[in-house]
Write a protein that binds this ligand. Structure first.
Ligand SMILES: Nc1ncnc2c1ncn2[C@@H]1O[C@H](COP(=O)(O)OP(=O)(O)O)[C@@H](O)[C@H]1O
Ligand SMILES: [Mg+2]
Length: 259
């Protein structure tokens, strides 16, 4: 029987680590990339020496699924968070504890943990949407997403709430308009720089969803880049013209490409 060919409209790259390694080649982006390695006992040990919090996540995952957070506590204790569970464990148990939560058949990576800025006590980060309807990338969407109470991820499908990006930035900037203006510029530069750097290597990319965190010292960090981004968040946020343009570009991209 002939296998049905799956039609993808443009190139997809699933591996988070592969995309990170490509971005690391661009010098100017490096300061925005949290240190990321394949998960192993050795990597766990070294990363926890360097950082008090690390994230452990499937290399090919999505929607905030399967993500763990480890935080160093006093007296050789480690706090592990998975979904909405919190457990405290010792070093000797830690690797086994983490692995018991790993999804079958998935490779995991370990990443420097970022202390996200908060809004109403909820950590938040940003989703930037970039589209390439013609020969250039355009930043067509930006939204902040605030984690649901008790969650370590901000993903919409894990209860993350879309928040107006300007509002979130202004809260983090303590209401300072100059900081807001500077941050907006950084975000635009980051989005365009990331899209161009990835496109140099993967020329079939047409739409990107970039997850960017802002830490409590005002530094931005790129968590991951999705090559098949969703648009729901942008509909929910209520900027009708933003959503309309996104969908217009999407239709154009889908029509013009058969990958
Ligand atoms: N290194 C990190 N430090 C802090 N928060 C993180 C880190 N990595 C992921 N997160 C949180 O988890 C969410 C999901 O992680 P992400 O890497 O985007 O995986 P997924 O593909 O499942 O969306 C991020 O949007 C962010 O809120
Ligand atoms: Mg994500």
């Amino acid at each position: 029987m002939e296998r049905k060919r799956q039609v993808r409209h443009y190139q997809q790259i699933a591996s988070k680590l592969l995309k990170t390694r490509v971005l690391e080649k661009t010098e100017s982006l490096r300061p925005f990339l949290p240190e990321t390695r394949w998960y192993s006992l050795d990597a766990l040990k070294q990363m926890l020496k360097r950082y008090s919090t690390v994230y452990v996540k499937p290399d090919k995952g999505g929607g905030g699924g399967g993500i763990l957070r480890v935080r160093k506590r006093e007296n050789d204790k480690y706090e592990v968070r998975f979904r909405t569970h919190i457990k405290t464990t010792t070093w000797s148990q830690l690797d086994a504890q983490l692995r018991s939560c790993f999804l079958a058949g998935k490779r995991y990576l370990i990443q420097q943990g970022i202390e996200l800025a908060t809004i109403d006590d909820r950590p938040f980060d940003f989703r930037l949407l970039l589209q390439r309807p013609n020969q250039d990338w355009e930043l067509t969407g930006i939204v902040a997403k605030a984690a649901a109470p008790g969650r370590i991820v901000t993903n919409h499908c894990k209860g993350g709430k879309p928040v107006d990006a300007t509002k979130a930035l202004l809260v983090a900037a303590d209401g300072d308009p100059e900081t807001l203006e500077r941050w907006v510029k950084v975000l635009i530069w980051l989005g365009m720089g990331t899209a161009n750097a990835l496109h140099d290597k993967f020329t079939g990319l047409r739409e990107l969803g970039i997850d960017v965190g802002l830490d409590r010292n005002g530094r931005f960090w790129i968590f991951e880049v999705n090559t098949r981004p969703q648009f729901r968040m942008f509909r929910k946020i209520g900027h009708r013209s933003m959503y309309r343009k996104i969908m217009q570009f999407h239709r154009k991209i889908v029509k013009g490409n058969r990958w």
